[in-house]
Design a binder for this molecule. Structure first.
Ligand code: TXA
Ligand code: MG
Length: 350
């Protein structure tokens, strides 16, 4: 199939061009589109055949459910059972980078939810995503636009490199703002939430709306063989570059010393911070921005993981991010990209 390319102004997309893409979704086709988190690969969330096409294009296991995207928070009523806490979250964070797990209604097929009785609902703030959903007239099921297991695409060219000829249409709306997928929460009581996937809406921000926010241990822990986690996606290796990646923990000084020693003794690539980059070999170093600038790190992380694969070097080292604020989202993605390989700089320097 030939993939139709549509380039649009991300802040004020043209209705005529986006309706072309919306027609494709309504007719059972697949469209890659930008959101404020990452690019998504979308199809009609009420159509089991569209869901099957998404799984096939991504090479994704069909027990790993899809998120449905809606144009306004109230639209959730048509597809899921809402509650007052859902609307408190909606008032605080929607449209925006948050996904809420709710009990599904019959109109959403089990093909979309991977057989679960719940459905993940998200209302993106990106003007292109919003217009596409509105003009489609259906909820849009959309996982991140990456071949299963690879880092998510945060720009159109990367999405196209994974899916050219495998989807009907791609809308190029520039770089994704946050670069990390949405925060996923499950409502577990009138005033309690379980954080399943950290994102730009941080645990502290959630605590301003809900008094009991627990963080799922699968955010950092490896999921065991045969285990069924609340968030099925957590059991799969994800975000991974092709080269082995190890995360380095320790103080600022210990991490830099570890990197300097590795630069001398090993054939490796560094994903590091601006403060470290001047001391490391330029042709094998990628910086995510300042150590203090977590937004920049989130924005650049996935492209850095892909870029590290094409630089000369057999393995990749990166810093282990802190748990605070947006750091938890970076830490979650990196730990999974590294298949839980974390080294203690101090131990290794002994
Ligand atoms: O930012 C985002 O959320 C992006 C953009 C495109 O919106 N989408 C995205 O989708 O990251 P995906 O499919 O790559 O990740 C969805 C995650 C998976 O880990 C899946 O297991 C989890 O959401 N999920 C979906 N439905 C669920 C449910 N009913 N219960 C628990 N987890 C669910
Ligand atoms: Mg994904």
């Amino acid at each position: 199939m030939e993939t139709i390319l549509i380039k649009t102004d991300p802040s004020s997309p043209g209705e005529a061009e986006i309706s072309r893409a919306a027609d494709i979704i309504r007719n059972g086709g697949l469209v890659i589109f930008p959101t404020e988190t990452v690019y998504g690969i979308g199809g009609d969330a009420t159509d089991p055949e569209s869901a099957k096409k998404i799984y096939a294009a991504k090479g994704r296991p069909s027990d790993n459910p899809l998120i449905i995207h809606i144009a306004s928070p109230e639209e959730a009523e048509g597809y899921a059972v809402t509650c007052p806490l859902y609307y408190r979250l909606a008032r605080a964070f929607m449209p925006g980078p948050i996904t809420v797990i709710l009990e599904k209604k019959d109109i959403i097929p089990f093909e979309v939810t991977g057989g679960l009785a719940t459905v993940a609902v998200r209302c993106p703030s990106h003007p292109v995503a919003n217009m596409l959903i509105r003009l489609s007239g259906v909820p849009v099921a959309a996982p991140s636009a990456n071949v299963s297991g690879r880092p998510s695409a945060t720009d159109a060219a990367t999405a196209l490199s994974d899916f050219d000829g495998k989807v009907d249409c791609l809308i190029d709306g520039g770089d994704a703002e946050f670069g990390l997928e949405s925060t996923i929460v499950k409502i577990t009581g009138d005033d309690s939430l379980l954080l399943l996937r950290p994102g730009a809406v941080t645990a502290d921000a959630l605590r301003c709306v809900c008094s009991d926010v627990k963080i799922s241990d699968t955010v950092e822990r490896a999921v065991g063989e045969g285990e069924r986690p609340v968030c099925p996606g957590m059991k799969y290796r994800h975000y991974a570059p092709a080269k082995p990646l190890a995360l380095v923990g320790g103080t600022k000084k210990e991490r830099l010393e570890f990197f300097l020693r590795a630069a001398e003794n090993e054939n490796c690539v560094f994903i590091c911070y601006d403060e470290q980059a001047p001391f490391l070999p330029r042709e094998r170093t990628i910086s995510l921005g300042s150590e203090k600038d977590l937004l920049s790190q989130g924005h650049l992380l996935f492209s850095a993981l892909r870029h590290a694969d094409v630089l000369p070097g057999e393995r990749i080292y990166a810093n282990l991010p802190p748990r605070k604020g947006l750091g938890l989202a970076l830490r979650n993605r990196l730990i999974r990209a590294a298949a839980h390989t974390v080294v203690n700089a101090k131990e290794k320097l002994k």
